[in-house]
Design a protein around this ligand. Structure first.
Ligand code: FAD
Length: 554
């Protein structure tokens, strides 16, 4: 058997290594147009920021070590120019010698990844404007920003890589502006969770411009300018364009392979393209989103690596393993915060016409009485009928990674919020609480489904009408620091004595800081004959962040 693989990083290298483990006698050739194989793309922003100081640490394998360990013919600096499915050949070009040649295959795997989007802005070819995708980009950026004259950075695009770059450039001492065309950072996350993180970014002195479009670049008297649609122009010494990527389908399109609705290479459940002898993995493919059943592309290392393993199994053993899709589980460090997401965000559920309820809870990363506990905000979305979990998003500091992985695993298995309640965890004060934040999210969701808790949301304040009552049930000192609208203050611990101040026939809206005291107040009132009581989901904490952020843009 002769296997050819195009692309030698996440998906390609993983496929090649597994092919060898399953088939010791096959001929395996892997082509890589770049100079490096199997390197840590995910570490590149941290190398630029000197968090990873040793460049060699970025390289998981070299062509020589990969060849030695796996007996794989690694051809770096060699681009595959075309695939001929009829002849079962590829044409490659050695970029060092210029030589072009054909190679035949029995099975071909495409793992060409994604390519950064570089819109045709006027002036985009000016010196100092970079995209970050591979080691060469990294080397250019690192040597450029180490020049003494580079003081102002503009990062265009507030996705995962854009924010990682913003943090790393800021940590190098540069003044950083982040420009994002959308009204929030991190598009896969819902607005309120993004808002919490936006407030944190601003607190670090980063100039965050949302709902702001870039129209082009100029170089005026040696100074690079970033032009905005508003007419404003920002000085920049270095610009990182991080406005997204698209699947690299060039070879597939030219070879006549089927391209899917999301514009990725179409594959079946065995990761086989429309040609049975060609498989494809990684950022370039699309598959069915297990939640919405709609086509999805993930630009993530985990799915690419796992697909590589499944693809090799199917090639050698004959379509034995289905790929069940991915739910876009992702995590990013943003300065002192960690933001993570799994599943389909509420806004995308709405777009897909999937009915859902959203609930936000704030819990300590571990027992509050043990030093160092930090609050994390967990938002889940679930089915109002079955309680099936559709997504989870977390913003916090410590312990976010652990909780998102638990939630992701439950979402992936079509679990319900009832399983969050039963979820059993290891507990000691330094690690969690007797009721873990994941349990807490489940308890609250169950209360909502059973209508023990009726909620309203931060952006629904306009449903409070003139005759209604808005009650802040926090302590007086918390109330004095800031309140919502014309709320009155009745701390939850005084509620039973002061119930006569609350008319029974009114619509009552309650809030506290995080949602828990509001829930207690609601239970007291509902069991005393108040039927029209609602509690603010996510409490004042979430309302404040989301409202401040939306006011900045209005
Ligand atoms: P890649 O790993 O991109 O490999 C594709 C390779 O194919 C490239 O090296 C390319 O040169 C080569 N190639 C393309 N066309 C040809 C051709 N015609 N001939 C020969 N070679 C070709 N994901 C996460 O999950 N977490 C992270 O923290 C994270 N951080 C990231 C940070 C950065 C800066 C970047 C760029 C990506 C990050 N990712 C992260 C995304 C992750 O790296 C990708 O999802 C993953 O590498 C995709 O694997 P792939 O095999 O599809 O493509």
């Amino acid at each position: 058997m002769k296997y050819i693989i195009v692309g030698a990083v996440a998906g390609g290298a993983s496929t090649a290594a597994r092919l060898r483990r399953l088939d010791e006698h096959a001929e395996i050739i892997i082509f890589e147009k770049g100079a490096y194989i199997s390197y840590a793309n995910c570490g590149l922003p941290y190398y630029i920021g000197n968090v990873i100081s040793d460049r060699n640490k970025l390289f998981v394998q070299t062509a020589a070590s990969f060849n030695q360990r796996f007996n794989i013919d690694v051809r770096v600096l060699t681009e595959v120019l075309e695939v001929n499915p009829e002849k079962k050949t590829i044409k490659a070009k050695n970029q060092t010698t210029g030589e072009e040649y054909e190679e035949s295959y029995d099975k071909l795997v495409l793992s060409p990844g994604a390519e950064p989007i570089r819109p045709p802005f006027p002036g985009i070819t000016n010196e100092g404007i970079f995209t970050l995708r591979n080691v060469s980009d990294t080397d250019y950026i690192k040597s450029y920003v180490s020049q003494k004259t580079v003081k102002k950075a503009v990062v265009i695009g507030a996705g995962f890589i854009g924010l990682e770059m913003a943090e790393n450039l800021h940590d190098l001492g540069l003044h950083v502006t982040v420009i994002e065309m959308g009204n929030q950072i991190l598009a896969p996350v819902d607005y309120p969770i993004a808002a919490i993180v936006q407030q944190h970014i601003r607190s670090k002195g980063v100039n965050l411009l949302l709902s702001t479009a870039v129209t082009g670049f100029d170089k005026i008297e040696g100074q690079l300018k970033v032009n905005l649609k508003t007419g404003v122009s920002l000085d920049a010494d270095v610009v990182i364009l991080s406005i997204g990527v698209k699947p690299d389908t060039r070879l597939a399109v030219a070879a006549g392979l089927k391209i899917g609705e999301a514009r990725g290479i179409w594959v079946n459940e065995f990761l086989q393209t429309s040609n049975p002898d060609i498989y494809a993995v990684g950022d370039a493919i699309e598959f069915k989103n297990p939640i919405t059943q709609q086509p999805l592309i993930t630009y993530l290392a985990g799915p690419a690596n796992k697909q590589g393993r499944i693809c090799a199994n199917n090639i050698v053993l004959g379509n034995v393993q289905s790929y069940n899709g991915a739910i876009n589980t992702a995590i990013v460090k943003v300065f002192d915060m960690t933001v993570a997401t799994a599943g389909t965000a509420a806004k995308h559920l709405t777009a897909a016409n999937i009915k859902h309820i959203v609930s936000t809870t704030h819990s300590g990363s571990h027992a509050g009485y043990y030093p160092g506990s930090q609050q994390m905000s967990i938002q889940i979305a679930f089915s109002p009928e079955t309680g099936q979990l559709y997504s989870a998003q977390i913003a916090g500091q410590d312990g976010v990674d652990k909780r998102i992985d638990i939630l992701a695993s439950l979402i992936k298995r079509n679990s319900t919020i009832y399983e969050l309640i039963e979820f059993e965890h290891a507990y000691a004060p330094p690690y969690s609480s007797a009721k873990d934040p994941v349990n807490m999210a489940g308890f609250v969701a169950e209360n909502i489904l059973l209508e023990r808790l009726r909620i309203f949301y931060w952006n629904e304040m306009d449903k409070i009408e003139a005759g209604d009552l808005l009650i802040d049930v926090r302590r007086n000192d918390e109330f004095d620091l800031g309140k919502i609208g014309n709320a009155i203050n009745i701390p939850v611990d005084e509620l039973r004595e002061r119930m006569h101040e609350i008319p029974k026939d009114k619509n009552i809206f309650i809030y506290c800081e995080a949602g828990l005291r509001g829930y207690l107040a609601q239970r007291i009132l509902m069991q005393n004959g108040y039927n029209k009581v609602q509690n603010l989901s996510g409490g004042y904490h979430l309302w404040e962040a989301a409202t401040k952020e939306s006011n900045l843009q209005s």
